[in-house]
Structure formats: C-alpha cells, structure tokens
Design a protein around this ligand. Structure first.
Ligand SMILES: NC(=O)c1ccc[n+]([C@@H]2O[C@H](COP(=O)([O-])OP(=O)(O)OC[C@H]3O[C@@H](n4cnc5c(N)ncnc54)[C@H](O)[C@@H]3O)[C@@H](O)[C@H]2O)c1
Length: 324
C-alpha cells in the first residue's frame, strides 16, 4: 500500500486560496510565450456529448516552464440553470511533472472563470490600444465580470457600458462592479451602446453554432479591440471582416471547432496568442487598427493556474489531504 496523498480542494477552498488576477495573467503570459516557442504539449480536447448542446471535455496540458502537468474534466449542460444547477462544473487533476503522481484534485469552476478573463487581457495586451479606458460588455455574467477584472490589471479603465438581454442582470452587474472594481458602470438598453464608442468590447453571451450575429459592420470603432468569449455568436461576418488582425488562442483548436460547425464565416487568421507573445507575429501596429481575438479557452490556461493554487493552498493549510 502506498502512503502517498493528494490534496482535495473544493470550490470554496480554491476561491479561499486568494490567487490574484495579476498572478494569473503573469502565469498565462509565461505559458503563451512557451507555446509560441513550441515548448508546450496540448492535444485537442476530446469530448463526449450526453445531451442536446451539452458536453464533457477532457483538457490535458503540459507546461514544462511551470512544471505543470494535468487535465481538466469539465462539463457544460445548458438545461442545468433551470434545475437550479450550474451550467459549468468539473474537476482538475494536477500531476507531478517528474513522477506523474497525482498531487491534487480541485474544483475547476473558479479557474475557468478567471483564466478566461486573463486570456482576454493577454490578447488585449498585444492587440488593444494601451490607453483604452472604455469597455463594452455584452453578457453580464461570470465572464462579463472576470474579463473586466483582468482588463483592469493592464489598462487604465474608467467606464464600462454593460448590456445584458436580462436588464436586471445588467443592473446587478453595475452595482457589483462599481463597488468591487471602482469603475463607472452604465447599464445600457441596446447592444450597440455597448459596442460603439468603446475602446474594448467583450461579448460573453451564449455560444451558438448558428450565430445571432447582432453586431453589425460600422459598430466597432476605429482603434478598438474586441474579445469574442462567446465565439462568433454575437458578430455578423461583415463586422468581423472589418478587423485588421483577427486572432485566436490556438489555431489547431479553432480549425477543429470549424469542423464541428462553429466559426463558419470568420476572416483569415492573423496569429495565435503564442505567436503574439513571442513577437513572431506583430500585434497592434497603429492607433487606428480594429483588432479581434476569439479565444476558445485552452487546457494550457487551466494548467498555468493550477500549480499556483496548489502551492498557495499548501502554504495556507487549505484543503483536505486524501490517501492515494
Ligand atoms: N472562450 C472561452 O474560453 C470561454 C470560457 C468560459 C465560458 N465561455 C463562454 O462564455 C459565455 C458566458 O459564460 P458565463 O459563465 O459568463 O455565463 P453566465 O451564465 O454567467 O452569463 C451569461 C450572461 O449572458 C446573458 N445573455 C444571454 N443572452 C444574451 C444576449 N443575447 N446578449 C447579452 N447577454 C445575454 C445572460 O442573461 C447572462 O447574464 C458562455 O457562452 C460560455 O460558454 C467561453
């Protein structure tokens, strides 16, 4: 019998560890640089699909620079909220990169929320104007929150234009973000008010195979940057075609999603975040470019954050040790 142990971290434990957004952005920056230099391993997500529009994905990755190896096993079931259950749930296993032994099993909801915001911030670092102050958010949920939190780490943000198809959600969002992040937040009544006049736009509503394509050409300002957290669901093909540089976080995975029926009408790709982080492909080159990234969410993002949580949890004595 082995006397090896692993650390179990519940959803509450992971949040209680208190990793800051700037640490997450830093870990992702190291990771995307390593990806751009070919030092990471991330096979494309295999998945199973037990119900209509539902998924359970396996997301393994290895980041030698962070000594991080492991896998996220994450599900999204769109009918869950109607049953009083979360849409997204799942677990992450962190392995010892030297021995392969499991070090920790942790809830992955907090990581998924935060690392997606951090990936938007990395895209914005290379593709947005550094003086960006006004952010339009369409979809005032978990991602609407974490994306703004992450952008605030890198940009001198002042004002958020918040649109949600549920007006009460936008109002709740405004109250919370104003208090927590000390930003002016204006709940707006139409999607266009959260796009036109903004320096950065984040769309974070539902992901749809057949986009509703609400955002039209001429809405995104010259010099603006957009992060398409909900894929191309919100964007008319003509509006995406206005981008000078259309990027993603991983080109192979984007091609895979295209085979699955997503991203059918996007413009040609300029670069992925690894190529931008290493300078192999240029980021923004003028104040007037319109730039877009459609990040898919990578296992690399998750595995960049997991070791931080494990180490800090150990230091703080958080979690439950279980026998292997
Ligand atoms: N790309 C990635 O890496 C990544 C990672 C995590 C989640 N996501 C996606 O991001 C999206 C948001 O996730 P979340 O966890 O914030 O969900 P959430 O349920 O917390 O929030 C979604 C919000 O969007 C609102 N909404 C619905 N339809 C809308 C519309 N047409 N216009 C504006 N608002 C609308 C809802 O009322 C809700 O407030 C989902 O599509 C999710 O699948 C992407």
């Amino acid at each position: 019998m082995s006397d090896q142990q692993l650390l179990y971290l519940s959803q509450k434990d992971v949040a209680a560890v208190g990793i800051g957004m700037s640490e997450i952005i830093e870990a992702l920056e190291i990771t995307f640089r390593a990806k751009g230099e070919g030092r990471t391993e991330m096979p494309p997500k295999p998945g199973i699909h037990p119900g209509v529009d539902s998924f359970i994905h396996a997301m393994p990755a290895y980041i030698p620079d962070l000594k991080s190896a492991g896998i996220k096993w994450v599900s999204g079931f769109p009918d869950n909220p109607g049953k009083g259950l979360p849409y997204i749930s799942g677990l992450l296993i962190l392995n010892d990169a030297d021995t392969g032994l499991p070090l920790a099993v942790m809830d992955c909801v907090w990581i998924t929320a935060k690392r997606t915001g951090a990936a938007t911030a990395i895209g914005a670092k290379y593709l947005a104007r550094p003086d960006s102050q006004v952010v339009g958010v369409l979809g005032c949920g978990v991602q609407g929150r974490s994306n703004v939190e992450a952008l605030k780490v890198l940009f001198p943000l002042k004002r958020i234009m918040a649109y949600d198809s549920d007006a009460d959600a936008a109002k709740r969002y405004a109250g919370e973000i104003q208090a927590r992040l000390d930003l002016e937040v204006e709940p707006v009544k139409t999607p266009r008010e959260a796009v036109s006049g903004c320096d950065i736009v984040v769309t974070a509503g539902p992901i749809l195979k057949k986009p509703h394509a609400t955002i039209q050409s001429g809405w995104l300002e010259e010099g603006a940057f957009a992060s398409l957290v909900d894929f191309d669901s919100y964007w008319h093909p003509d509006a995406m075609a206005e981008a000078n540089k259309f990027c993603t976080d991983d080109i192979d995975q984007l091609r895979l999603y295209q085979q699955m029926g997503y991203f059918q009408k996007i413009p040609p790709l300029h670069a992925d975040l690894g190529e931008l982080a290493t300078g192999r492909k240029p980021g923004r080159q003028s104040a007037t470019e319109r730039n877009i990234t459609a990040n898919l969410g990578l296992a690399l993002d998750d595995m960049a954050v997991a070791p931080l949580i494990f180490q800090r949890a150990r230091e703080k004595g958080i979690g439950t040790w279980l026998p292997l």
